[in-house]
Ligand binder design. Structure first.
Ligand SMILES: Nc1ncnc2c1ncn2[C@@H]1O[C@H](COP(=O)(O)OP(=O)(O)O)[C@@H](O)[C@H]1O
Ligand SMILES: Cc1ncc(COP(=O)(O)O)c(N)n1
Length: 271
């Protein structure tokens, strides 16, 4: 059994964070372990409160899992503070594990899930040891200090992020306009490719980023290459968005069961 880990915040509403990650891991047939950085009181309408864990307790959770399990790949999501990020980076120093960083900053309802001074720690401590980072456009703007609107600006921002030491940047296009949802993937060797899928006109996109990065992690844990894992993850999240559950009164969760029911989403790869 391939074992993976999520280091993230809990979403009591079940659509994002640790809960979305573990559901994705289960659907993709890997064994999921979890390290919780913060509890959120949250539903599809927004975040009502945040109760962070201490850096010591984050470290202890990681130690407990690493002592007992051979974790092949892990993802990080909501990390909340610079102190927690520093402790995670320290705990990962001696581990042989593939690392996916989803640089979660702001919930869809507008609440901050990462303190402002933590972005520096993410750039300095975490991205240099990561294999893949998956920013949406606003996150890429915060990391690089750029305004990003055009394809050329997406490429420039990705190059800046690659310079921080990560092997691969997935610039997610969920926040752009147009009939397609296009994510562009850049590698440190200079190669890149685009993944294009139909943009679904829906408000039910709570947890799309969490689900996407968890699916990449699951596929890395199963032994796929970075590129294959990213493409398979895009198909998984597309299927989960195309088959909404229509639950909750706000931005509802995506549907992880679509994959179990054999739904095959279409994703075009443009080299
Ligand atoms: N309305 C949509 N239709 C199809 N794909 C989408 C839609 N919104 C987001 N995606 C896809 O979901 C994934 C997560 O992207 P995004 O929503 O930008 O992340 P985040 O949740 O971090 O803001 C990406 O692969 C993106 O292209
Ligand atoms: C605990 C937690 N983690 C992450 C997100 C971001 O969700 P999204 O994937 O929709 O950007 C969230 N709302 N809550």
């Amino acid at each position: 059994m391939n074992i993976v880990m999520t280091i993230a915040g809990s979403d009591s509403g079940g659509g994002a964070g640790i809960q979305a990650d573990l559901k994705t891991f289960q659907e993709l047939k890997v064994f999921g372990t979890s390290v919780i950085t913060a509890l959120t009181a949250q539903n599809t309408l927004g975040v009502e409160g945040i109760y962070p864990t201490t850096p010591d307790f984050v470290e202890l959770q990681m130690k407990a899992v690493f002592e007992d399990f051979d974790v092949k790949a892990l993802k990080t999501g909501m990390l909340f503070s610079a102190d927690i990020i520093q402790r995670i980076a320290k705990s990962l120093r001696d581990q042989e594990v593939q690392i996916v960083v989803d640089p979660v900053m702001i919930a869809k309802g507008g609440q901050a899930l990462l303190q402002e001074d933590a972005v520096r720690a993410m750039k300095k401590e975490l991205l240099p040891i990561a294999n893949i980072v998956t920013p949406n456009i606003p996150e890429a703007e915060t990391i690089t200090g750029m305004n990003i609107h055009t394809a050329e600006e997406i490429r420039e921002a990705a190059e800046k992020i690659l310079q921080l030491g990560v092997d691969c940047v997935v610039m997610k296009g969920g926040h752009l306009d147009g009939p397609s949802a296009v994510d562009t993937v850049f590698f440190k060797d200079g190669s890149s490719f685009k993944m294009r899928s139909k943009r679904i006109n829906t408000k039910h996109t709570h947890g799309t980023g969490c689900t996407f990065s968890a699916a990449i992690t699951a596929h890395l844990g199963r032994g796929l290459s970075l590129k294959e894992a990213i493409i398979e993850a895009k198909k998984f999240v597309q299927g989960a968005i195309e088959n909404p559950l229509n639950i909750g009164h706000g931005h509802g969760p995506t549907n992880h069961f679509a994959h179990r029911l054999g739904y095959e989403a279409e994703v075009e790869i443009i080299e």
